[in-house]
Design a protein around this ligand. Sequence first.
Ligand code: C5P
Length: 221
Amino acid sequence: MAKILITSGPTRQYLDPVRYLTNASSGKMGSALAAAALEAGHHVVLVSGPVEIAYPDNVELHAVTSTEEMLEKCNQLFDACDGMIGVAAPCDYRPEKIAEQKIAKTGDPLQVKFLETQDIVATLGKKKGKRWVVGFALETEDPRLRALAKLEQKNCDLMVLNGVEAMDAEDNAVEIIEPSGKAIASFGGKKPLVARQIFRVIEDCLLAPLPTSQPATSPKN
Ligand code: C5P
């Protein structure tokens, strides 16, 4: 049994007490992957941004709001895990300042400076050691090339490439890219089915048990 960290859902970056930046991620793919990992007998540590869906009962759920909180929680939890799957769509930008009070209209345009947030998968990828990291990439142009660039930048062991149609949908179509750049599998259909197929590839490539019955050195005939 492995202990698997999964990030899921969107994050929210507040501008003032009532307004925030977010995206359309629903958490459905993260939930489906969590269910697939549970089904296969693993322990799932799920760090999720705000979602409407219910996650499987048996996950160890940690609810967060912003990308900074998701990063902090993942940093705390990753040490005790064997690997992580980054399915979340964390906001890549945050307002430079969060106003303490609701920003009132003035009749003038509102200028907001956004700063880049830290990348969670890249941060964990950098310090992964013997652990494995699987990223997801959602690309609208040059998908394979960009997914491979992300795999390298974020030090991932596999990158799952999906299209923009995946956002807040019941279905998904994915390709799995390995570090050589080769697409080793592609699946399509309902997210629970696609998640089970992705998880089987993760198990085969990254979780396969070491052959304990084999001697350390092969006997010579
Ligand atoms: O946003 P991007 O396409 O770069 O996301 C690719 C991968 O990086 C996904 O696995 C996503 O969960 C992860 N990511 C992250 N932290 C961010 C942005 C993306 O972990 N701030």
